[in-house]
Design a protein around this ligand. Structure first.
Ligand SMILES: [Zn+2]
Ligand SMILES: [Zn+2]
Length: 419
């Protein structure tokens, strides 16, 4: 039983509580654009389930039909405890390879791009985790029932939520056994001495055992993010930039072996003939384009409409063409929100295009009776209100999407984002 979706409301309440706590204590760890970007990544990681292109389930099914070492039931508590520990062991190796091979880093990088560290960072998840299932095959071969594996897997992920905070410093003896906010901060830090450390999900014991543990040193405060900063609020680029850069390096290097090897080396590894290129500055200033107050407010509202809409599409039981079309419009919407937060001049045009697409979707659903006609009317009303806001913004002349005069321009992302 996958418990993650059920936990989402509690995640959001905890996120709000952490935000208010930070405000009260004068130590706010949230930035609007960063939080929206992280939550977009979390929503997209769930929404992409509508594509149904994961092969993990099929492989597991075939394996358990052919061969299992032990016959285990779901009613024995020992099976559950062993599965929980064994899952975390597999998670450790999956996570470690997620950092040590570019092939897996290309997917896992999605969790690490934030330059802040708060509960929204925990929800920052990949949409391309199609290969990670291979690390859990031993659990199926041992004979743990799939129901048990999926349940303990979701409990493992839920556990990892609370450790993404700066408000809890250290937890005494618990630091020895468990993944905690302190040792997970080190995992998210890009300080050279903290790189590739603390891979555990629930137990930090694996890191102590396999030599990848590093404690947090108060003298060396964590600097969060990836070495070569993403410098973008585009959630699609965030999911694909490492693949893009890997293919680009494959094409550029003249060393035949390196074209292949680069996917099985660390993300900082360079092909032999590309090693003279300048190294990224891990201490670069945080990415922070100055979107206008209107752009920020409008995006904030649109984002919080798109999140429940995404879950409605995910759980709504619509027919496949309508599900795919709705998920496509929502995904485009997240991209447009990113463009607004980046203060892109073309953001407003894209938003008009998106509203037209929503209207088209509402009409299509009404004609095919894909959902109750009231939903289409509600969507038309939503488009009318959004369009009125846009028109008011354009005509009032006091608000603009673009960068305020004299402030920092949006940074260009096309130069690549090698970690
Ligand atoms: Zn990681
Ligand atoms: Zn994390």
């Amino acid at each position: 039983m996958n418990l993650v979706l059920y936990a989402v409301p509690f995640f959001l309440i905890a996120l709000l509580a952490e935000f208010l706590w930070g405000r009260m204590k004068g130590r706010d760890t949230y930035r609007l654009a960063d939080t929206i970007n992280s939550l977009q990544m979390g929503t997209l990681s769930r929404l992409n389930a509508v594509l149904g292109i994961g092969i993990g389930g099929a492989v597991y099914g075939t394996l358990t039909n052919q061969f299992t070492l032990f016959d285990m039931g779901t009613s024995d508590w020992l099976v559950w405890v062993l599965a929980f520990v064994a899952y975390d062991f597999c998670y450790y190796w999956s996570h470690r390879m997620g950092h040590e091979w570019r092939l897996f880093w290309a997917s896992h990088v999605a969790h690490h791009q934030s330059e802040e560290f708060n509960l929204s960072t925990a929800l920052r998840q990949t949409s391309t985790g199609y290969l990670g299932f291979v690390f859990y095959i031993p659990l199926y071969l041992l004979g743990f029932p799939p129901y048990v594996i999926i349940t303990v897997g979701s409990l493992n992920l839920i556990y990892q939520f609370w450790v993404h905070t700066e408000h809890i410093r250290t937890l005494g003896p618990l630091e020895w056994i468990f993944v905690t906010p302190s040792n997970h901060r080190v995992h998210h830090a890009k300080n050279p001495e903290y790189l590739d450390r603390n891979y555990g999900g629930v137990f930090i014991l694996w890191d102590r055992l396999f030599g990848t543990f590093e404690p947090e040193d108060p003298e060396r405060p964590c600097v969060y993010g990836i070495t070569h900063q993403l410098a973008s609020w585009n959630p699609l680029w965030a999911n694909f930039h490492v693949y893009h850069d890997g293919v680009r390096d494959m094409l550029r290097t003249r060393h035949l072996a390196d074209k292949f090897l680069l996917w099985f080396k660390g993300p900082g590894w360079r092909p032999h003939d590309l090693r003279d290129e300048p190294k990224p500055d891990w201490q670069a200033a945080k990415y922070d384009p100055a979107a206008s107050p209107f752009a920020r407010a409008y995006t904030f509202v649109q984002f919080w409409i798109a999140v429940p809409a995404s879950f409605a599409v995910l759980l709504g039981g619509l027919d496949r063409p309508l599900t795919l079309a709705a998920a496509g419009v929502l995904t485009f919407g997240f991209y447009v929100q990113g463009a607004w937060l980046e203060a892109r001049p073309f953001g407003a045009k894209l938003e008009w295009l998106r509203l037209a697409a929503v209207l088209g979707l509402a009409a299509y659903a009404a004609m095919t009776t894909g959902w109750p006609v009231d939903v289409s009317f509600a969507l038309a009303g939503y488009v009318a209100v959004s369009a009125s806001c846009l028109l008011w913004a354009a005509r009032s002349g006091r608000v603009s999407l673009e960068v305020a005069p004299g402030s920092m321009p949006a940074q260009i992302t096309a130069g690549g984002s090698r970690p």
